[in-house]
Design a protein around this ligand. Structure first.
Ligand code: PEP
Ligand code: MN
Length: 362
């Protein structure tokens, strides 16, 4: 079911926004100089609206750089004063939140590991209560849209209406080129369930490597995301965390130059008419697909009764193997993606077997 929370559009708390929201800055703040020099270069690019810098760093394993801690908040204040950019940092417990609010940090974000823990989110919400903070929530490490939504509910119940979701990818369950796999399905589901929630993409933590940043950022705009959070460091080769995925401010500008930013919608009657026509063709094809599937299921049922009468199993593995091979090769001839055809027929077959075992057991 959809969740209709009162959420402000970004422009309400960031009136200077005239482009997609771009948040940029180092993974971690490392020194006053690194924080400030990076910020000055980023601030020259008018496409950057918010400066990010991690102060407390959640590390998967202990022993790596865990952030400079509270001193970093002073550097964020300095960045704000020197560049005029609003600043943001990650908070992971009540104490971080108190300190960050006290230091005048404009944007607080909840990291992927914290979103996965309702206790942590509630602890942060309790401290934020009654302030006009902007809170961004990264997706939990596992693709659980309910857990992600739950975090927004907790923050919203604390009276916060300035909220943004950040898609930073999910823990991969198999070998991938990316550090975290971008599960667009989950993002689309969040958009469907919370249509007024701005969603931005963090290509840095999805990619894990500079070479993949562009393709992910472009995909994010193709999918209608509202902006990006990208890590940028004055000298990535010396970065104390996430060195392979950070860009110099100059390289970030080049990446932004290449990106095609698409409109989420346009008010052009000719475009709308054409789109309407194409959509109505899709609608009628979809209804044919469903009718064909329904006829297919009727036959599946008939076979189920026949198998029951003759006392043979619902699952017939040879038939299933042959069916899959033949459908995949038919699909190929029709220019359909092989994985798509496989998954489609797995679903169809799974439900056919379910139906036949039900017939047998009743
Ligand atoms: C980060 O933004 O530097 C960070 C630690 O991100 P995530 O919570 O997405 O891992
Ligand atoms: Mn990082």
């Amino acid at each position: 079911m959809g969740l209709n929370l009162a959420i402000n559009p970004i422009k309400e708390w960031l009136p200077q926004l005239n482009n997609p929201l771009l948040i940029a800055g180092p993974c971690s703040l490392e020194s006053e100089e690194q924080a400030l020099e990076t910020a000055k270069l980023l601030a020259r690019d008018h496409r950057v609206f918010i400066y990010r810098g991690g102060v407390w760093k959640p590390r998967t394993r202990p022993g790596s750089f865990e952030g400079v801690g509270s001193i970093g908040l002073k550097w964020l204040q300095l960045v704000k004063k020197e560049t005029g950019l609003p600043v943001g940092t990650e908070v992971a417990n009540a104490q971080h939140t108190e300190e960050a609010l006290k230091a005048g940090v404009d944007v607080l974000w909840i990291g992927a590991r914290s979103t996965a823990s309702p206790f942590v989110v509630q602890e942060i919400a309790d401290v934020i209560k009654g302030t006009d903070a902007v809170v961004m929530v990264k997706n939990p490490v596992n693709p659980d849209v309910q857990l992600w939504m739950g975090a927004f509910e907790r923050i919203n119940q604390a009276g916060i209406n300035n909220m943004v979701a950040i898609h930073r990818g999910f823990t991969p369950f198999r070998e991938t080129n990316y550090r975290n796999y971008p599960n667009w399905k989950t993002v689309i589901e969040l958009r469907r369930l919370m249509p007024n929630l701005p969603i931005i993409c963090d290509p840095s933590h999805i990619a894990g490597k500079r070479e993949f940043l562009f393709e992910i950022a472009q995909k994010a705009f193709d999918m209608g995301m509202d902006g990006l959070m990208i890590e940028s460091h004055i000298d990535p080769s010396c970065a104390l965390s996430d060195k392979a995925q950070q860009l110099t401010p100059a390289d970030l500008a080049l990446l932004l130059d290449k990106l095609v930013i698409r409109n989420q919608s346009i008010t052009n009657p000719q475009f709308e008419n054409e789109l309407e026509l194409l959509r109505s063709r899709i609608d009628s094809l979809d209804s044919e697909i469903l009718e064909v599937l329904s006829s297919r299921m009727e036959i599946v049922k008939e076979i189920g009764y026949y198998k029951k009468e003759n006392n043979v199993t619902a699952l017939q593995i040879n038939r299933w193997t042959q069916l899959m091979d033949s459908r995949v090769s038919m699909g190929k001839k029709l220019n359909l993606n092989e994985t798509f055809v496989k998954i489609l027929f797995q679903l169809i077959h799974e439900d056919s077997v379910r139906m036949q075992t039900e017939i047998m057991d009743n």
